[in-house]
Design a protein around this ligand. Structure first.
Ligand code: SF4
Ligand code: SF4
Length: 443
């Protein structure tokens, strides 16, 4: 079975919500739409207090090259355009809407009919994806139209679809592959046309046999898309790891996937592309797993962006008493939620509740030089050494040892028997080294 060669770990996959079919989450009284729902510059609002909006209406435009359109996820009246606290409690510009009814833009095709024929040209597809505000739904939220436009001199050979969903607890991609497999495959075909590639490989981890079987059945009609079962190993869904598993190629240090001739897109992004191009539907909702060992209920919701996390947790019977921490995303790479009033964004994938026992850090002891962190690192780094340099502010040495290649996967932390908070140190120093590198005059 295919996988990446270096490092990786095997956390318990805890897919306890895998049998929960996708349900529509009700639209609430107010929606809080962040202007920072993507990587890059926040969008600029084009609506003001008192404006009437419909579901799918453009409410904010990009403010830079790497930025994206934002559309309303609800219909109603704009109550305010003002800063509102995000997951960490930091003020971020939001458009806040008082919901009235559920009136959609007439141009959106809401029928369940599957549209198979791809009529738009390559250029029209990329324009439509940009207009519909599609961003990567695998974690980074990078604007999709940019990823589908390789820079001059670079050529894409493969489109790779990421259906690995290697983070423990997450099952939103799994449900999507089971419940809307053909739409996801058509989304992949649309992106193949946009990239002008003839080869598409779709990687799914072996712990999702039902999704692999379903996709293979539908892929019989789309022979140019190869469904490839992958070994269960974290971080299989990391771009560089997926490229190695599916093509045998390695992305060079500091390089991009396109340097290995590949463009990687998440399976959720493939669905969003299908909906944009074939149904004229902008990205304003997505599938979100609500889960945790301490929660009696596990759910997968189709959720409008702008829903406060507290309301989502209320819907499953409030936060369990023994939940000590709430995370947006998975336990390995997700972000801690310190403000439960913060709203979801279009790329939200999971809200995870962990107990004190599950989050408690064991007391740190001295490094015993066992080398387990080196064995676990999928980027071939030496985490114990990076931490030693980090503790001493040795930025030149950190750069020489390629700290910039760290993908912040947490495998080193997961494997360390001395419970050293390796990732905390490495993440802080990496940010510092990147700042130093960016400040140097370009040659
Ligand atoms: S967090 Fe960075 S250093 Fe640690 S294992 Fe992942 S890539 Fe390696
Ligand atoms: S895994 Fe922990 S104890 Fe072992 S070498 Fe790495 S930092 Fe040291």
């Amino acid at each position: 079975m295919k996988t990446f060669k270096i490092g990786g770990v095997h956390p318990n996959d805890s897919k306890i919500s895998k049998d929960c079919a996708i349900e529509d989450f009700p639209v609430l009284e107010k929606a809080y739409l962040s202007m920072a729902q993507h990587l890059g510059a926040p969008a600029e609002p084009i609506v003001q207090k008192g404006d009437k909006v419909k579901v799918g209406q453009l409410i904010a435009k990009p403010s830079g090259f790497v930025s994206a359109n934002i559309h309303s996820s609800v219909s109603g009246t704009v109550a305010a355009v003002e800063p509102y606290a995000d997951l960490a409690g930091n003020p971020v510009m939001h458009v806040i809407i008082d919901v009235e009814g559920d009136e959609w833009e007439e141009s959106i095709d809401r029928t369940p009919d599957i549209v198979r024929e791809i009529k738009l040209s390559k250029e029209e597809i990329i324009k439509k994806i940009q207009e519909c505000g599609i961003v990567g739904l695998g974690g980074a939220s990078f604007p999709t139209h940019i990823k589908l436009t390789p820079p001059p001199g670079k050529v894409a050979e493969y489109l790779l679809i990421n259906g690995a969903e290697c983070e423990p607890f997450l099952t939103s991609d799994y449900r999507l592959m089971l419940e809307q497999p053909e739409q996801v495959l058509i989304g992949a075909k649309i992106m193949m046309k946009a990239l002008d590639v003839t080869k598409c490989r779709f990687g799914v981890e072996e712990n999702k046999p039902e999704a692999i079987a379903k996709l293979k059945t539908y892929a019989a009609q789309y022979p140019e898309i190869e469904i490839v079962p992958l070994k269960k190993k974290y971080p299989q869904g990391g771009e560089k790891q997926l490229i190695e598993a599916l093509t045998g190629r390695r992305v060079p240090s500091m390089g991009l996937p396109i340097d290995a001739g590949a463009v990687v897109q998440n399976c959720g992004t493939a669905l969003a592309v299908y909906e944009a191009v074939q149904k004229n539907k902008p990205l304003f909702e997505g599938i979100v797993t609500v889960t945790g060992n301490c929660s009696e209920q596990q759910r997968n919701f189709r959720l409008r962006a702008g829903t406060p996390i507290i309301n989502l947790l209320d819907a499953i019977g409030r936060i369990p008493k023994d939940a000590a921490k709430v995370i947006s995303g998975g336990p390995m790479m997700g972000k801690a939620v310190s403000n439960l009033l913060a709203a979801t964004v279009k790329s939200s994938s999971a809200i995870l509740m962990l107990t004190e026992e599950e989050t408690k850090r064991k007391p740190e002891s001295n490094c015993i030089r066992c080398g387990k962190c080196i064995d676990a690192c999928p980027m071939g780094l030496e985490p114990y050494l990076l931490v030693r340099y980090s503790r001493n502010g040795m930025y030149d040495e950190l750069e020489e040892n390629k700290i910039y290649d760290c993908i912040e996967c947490g495998c080193c932390l997961f494997s360390c028997p001395a419970y050293i908070p390796l990732l905390d140190h490495i993440r802080a120093s990496k940010a510092e080294v990147m700042k130093i590198m960016r400040s140097r005059p370009k040659k």
